[in-house]
Design a binder for this molecule. Structure first.
Ligand code: FAD
Length: 472
């Protein structure tokens, strides 16, 4: 994931020589790539990074700098799987007047390869390995750059544009994180479904009094069915969301019409924080149920669901935490936006609602979705009216959850519309999709009513609590 995204960033912003030297070998699978943003003291707040870059000249690869600083949490930061590792490093460099711009305007992006073009090792070292809860298939380390003379790095793009350029890689990685989370949710569902079909335990309520009757597989118990259906509704809903975003990403590049490309881009930008966060947050809920269905065995390493849960736990942390994605969604994509992107989403949802009204079995969901969409719309209008209020973003995480549920409900209705048309030979797929759509609409979607109310009222039950009352 990181290698592909690193190479694509270089193709977009690197010079021809940089693409040839570090981009192409990654595409060929000879080099690997990383993204080096986080530092021990700066994770969510990248404006506060301290890594320094000092210009020392120019050569065929571009403007050359010496980099000094520590980068924390670097996935794939060191290993011997390829010939080289291409680190893309955010660092602060002085501007043409020798002054350092504060905040993100002072941040530039550098290529800092492990092995320099002349075959020598660059001045960077692994300072420690992070022993993670999950995701143990990738190494993750603290890297020290420039402990001696300074690591050699070459500027990518323009000075001061580092974070902006890096957003190409981050946005791509965010969709991939959503995909990973959705895939893990689906895998947990599949594994617990297999287990539930095979594990005999207890009897139907009606047969409890007859201990000589055979035990039933746990899939027959209502509570297990509830946990399975929750997983299916969340996991397949998350996958639909990621696939929709992937389609938008394709359309940004391939739509024949310029305005279609623009619309796809606007929608993708609006949905990226949801596509990253909703599968991460609710995929984990699904994985929690996958463990629960396995009972005590789910709590051991005997079964995969324990690892799936640990792996998925990362996804609401890296590439911007759930809280940070909430601020991006509500702050930038909704309140600071002119409303065009949300208008496009709104129109898409309305189109599905109109199509669903043509089918008796689905028209009730069309009504419910319209009701919640109206609720979402009016929440935005009310919050926009309070835009200057310093507390307007306090419930940004709630907004992310509520609009995430709304979008996934829309995609469930869309899936139901497709499934509805399947012929009888595919009736199991058709009816299982319709059952999951019903479950989402009846058991998940109603949760957003409370969330939209808290959001509109700018509920301060947590945010207004003085710090000294957080005591134990
Ligand atoms: C396994 C793993 C792999 C990673 N891979 C990479 C990588 O390859 N490259 C890389 O650069 N980084 C990587 N990261 C770092 C990751 O992106 C950060 O951990 C993440 O951005 C959070 O930063 P932090 O850990 O410093 O937490 P903090 O920023 O300290 O956040 C702690 C908590 O405070 C909340 N918070 C912080 N600021 C705010 C705010 N303004 N408003 C509301 N809430 C806030 C957060 O949401 C979070 O809940 C990785 C992390 C892990 C665990």
């Amino acid at each position: 994931m990181l290698t592909g995204a690193n190479a694509r960033l270089l193709v977009e912003y690197g010079s021809e020589e940089q693409i040839r030297t570090w981009g192409v070998p990654q595409i060929e699978g000879r080099f690997f790539g990383t993204m080096c943003l986080s530092e021990p003291q700066a994770g969510s707040s990248l404006a506060d990074i301290q890594t320094q870059a000092k210009q020392e000249g120019r050569d065929e690869y571009g403007q050359r700098f010496r980099i000094k600083g520590n980068k924390m949490w670097i996935s794939g930061g060191d290993h011997e799987m390829g010939e080289n590792i291409v680190h893309l490093v955010l660092a602060k460099a002085a501007d043409a007047n020798g002054e350092q711009q504060p905040g993100i305007n002072g941040i530039s992006l550098f290529i800092v390869p492990k092995i320099l073009p002349d075959g020598m090792r660059n001045d960077l070292a692994v300072a420690g390995l992070n022993h993670k809860m999950g995701y143990r298939g990738t190494v993750n380390c603290l890297l020290n750059f420039g402990e001696n003379d300074g690591a050699i790095g070459w500027l990518v793009g323009q000075p001061g544009q580092g974070l902006q350029i890096m957003f190409q890689m981050m946005n791509e990685a965010r969709i991939m994180v959503g995909l990973g989370a959705a895939a893990l949710a689906c895998r947990g569902y599949n594994q617990s479904l297999d287990y539930a079909r095979e594990r005999p335990q207890g009897r139907q309520v009606a047969g409890v009094k007859d201990p000589s009757s055979p035990q039933v597989p746990i899939i027959e118990h209502a509570d297990v069915k509830r946990m399975l259906m929750t997983q299916k509704a969340l996991a397949e809903g998350a996958m639909a969301l990621v696939l929709y975003s992937a389609k938008l990403a394709d359309e940004v590049r391939t739509a024949s019409d310029g305005s279609e490309r623009q619309n796809a881009d606007a929608l993708l930008k609006l949905l990226t924080p949801i596509t990253k966060s909703w599968p991460s947050e609710f995929g984990l809920v699904a994985n929690d149920y996958a463990i629960q269905i396995h009972g005590g065995y789910g709590y051991t390493r005997e079964y995969d669901v324990e690892q799936i849960y640990r792996d998925n736990r990362l996804n609401s942390i890296h590439e911007g935490t759930f809280g940070i994605q909430g601020l991006d969604f509500l702050g930038r994509k909704i309140l600071a936006d002119d409303g065009v992107a949300f208008g496009l989403l709104d129109a898409e949802i309305c189109r599905t609602i109109a199509r669903a009204r043509n089918w008796f079995q689905l028209s009730k969901y069309a009504d419910v979705l319209e009701e919640h969409l109206t609720d979402g719309r009016s929440s935005i209008t009310e919050l926009k009216a309070k835009k200057g209020d310093p507390n307007v973003l306090d419930n940004a995480g709630l907004a992310l959850s509520a609009f995430g549920h709304l979008v996934v409900a829309w995609l469930w209705l869309d899936q139901a519309l497709c499934a509805h048309k399947l012929e009888d030979s595919r009736s199991t797929l058709r009816d299982s999709k319709l059952a999951a759509c019903r479950y989402f609409f009846e058991c998940e979607l109603p949760k957003v009513t409370l969330q939209f109310r808290l959001l509109r009222n700018m509920n301060d039950a947590a945010s207004s609590v003085p710090l000294n009352l957080f005591c134990n």
